[in-house]
Design a protein around this ligand. Structure first.
Ligand code: MRU
Length: 348
């Protein structure tokens, strides 16, 4: 059974699969305004860098449709406020800002709100569809690097649920499985939101790809005992120097992988690259304490316990063996190789 769509446009409104309830419930929530979409991004109804970007584009379209229906004379100002609210939802995944920047020329071009609304909706639908095709290409480029009879290790969820469909890291895994190269997948559980346990294991089991769930603390032991060929992860932002921000714990895995001779692959579309900054300058989202002091509403730490809860970390380029985009593979990524990859692909 294919993974349900994370994002769908139905009955003139946006519907987001509430990923907080997976895998026990498949519930879609309806959205009519940008502010609601921003809250859905912040509250993790929808998550994963490409899915956040696509949702933000739909958020702009929804707001424009609403302003057109109200015949709002201040629509330009109100749409600009909606853009600001969407941009403030989560700071690390650059796809959010990339998608909003894709909307900007339309805001400048259309003087009529009804026309602008139609154009924004067409753009959101285009970004959504293109993302699926991009992920299929990432999957095929990445799968070419996987040796026969491989066990691979993945972290968080960079699957269909995190994207328009097919997935980035899970796209590579899906293509490698299709090509008969995989013996199995280890999914790290990914505290505190358990994307590995709740989402990745579920996606892979639906595709009948053999997956074994493990706690993060088992990573070094498993890499020594089970010898995966690759750690394959997605990214929230790849910097100009090749450093990659991804779900907290990715950096740990890359260090452990290096020690055990396991290669590290980052699978990400070019929309996840930010060539304006280096890794240390990537903004890291801090999430609420309750996410780690409580589990499903029950306290698992002393009252008032101080916490650190960064949602992402930055893996230095020297720990990454390959970055895979829709345009191909960047081996041993560094500033020059990334620049060249973009130049060869003709991507600005
Ligand atoms: O906090 P999340 O669930 O949005 O974090 C998601 C990740 O870290 C993914 O690995 C990343 O966004 C890539 S998704 C293709």
């Amino acid at each position: 059974m294919p993974t349900p769509d994370a994002i769908r446009w139905q009955n003139e409104q946006l519907e987001l699969l509430d990923q907080r309830l997976l895998p026990s419930q498949t519930t879609y929530l309806p959205y009519q305004r940008a502010e609601q979409v921003a809250a859905a991004i912040k509250d993790m109804v929808v998550r994963g860098a490409p899915a956040i970007g696509i949702s933000a584009a739909y958020g702009m379209a929804l707001e424009a449709l609403y302003l057109a229906s109200q015949k709002d004379a201040n629509w330009a100002e109100n749409l600009s406020s909606a853009r600001t609210i969407l941009a403030a939802s989560r700071p690390t995944a650059v796809n959010l800002f990339w998608a909003l920047e894709r909307c900007d020329p339309l805001l400048a071009k259309h003087a009529d709100i009804a026309e602008l609304a139609e154009a924004l909706l067409a753009l959101a639908q285009q970004l959504h569809q293109e993302d699926i095709a991009i992920n299929t290409r990432i999957g095929d480029h990445g799968a070419a690097l996987i040796p026969e009879d491989s066990l691979v290790y993945t972290h968080c969820n960079a699957g269909a649920l995190a994207t328009g469909g097919y997935g980035t890291a899970l796209g590579v895994i899906r293509s490698a499985w299709r090509d008969g190269k995989l013996r199995g997948v280890i999914a790290g559980e990914t505290r505190p939101w358990l994307q590995g346990a709740r989402l990745t294991s579920w996606e892979l089991m639906q595709d009948k790809i053999p997956v074994t769930l493990a706690i993060e603390g088992a990573a070094a032991h498993l890499m020594r005992e089970q010898k995966p060929s690759w750690v394959i992860v997605g990214a929230d932002r790849v910097a100009a120097n090749g450093d990659a921000a991804n779900k907290i714990g990715t950096y740990n895995l890359a260090i452990i992988a290096k020690h055990h001779g396991v290669k590290v692959m980052v699978a990400a579309p070019t929309s996840t690259f930010d060539l304006t900054i280096d890794g240390p300058d990537i903004p890291i989202e801090q999430r609420p304490s309750e996410e780690i002091t409580h589990s499903r509403g029950n306290p698992v730490a002393p009252d008032q316990c101080q916490t650190h809860n960064p949602a992402f970390d930055v893996t230095p380029a020297e720990l990454i063996d390959a970055i895979v985009t829709e345009h191909g593979v960047i081996l041993s990524p560094d500033r020059e190789r990334i620049r060249q990859h973009f130049a060869d692909a003709g991507v600005k």
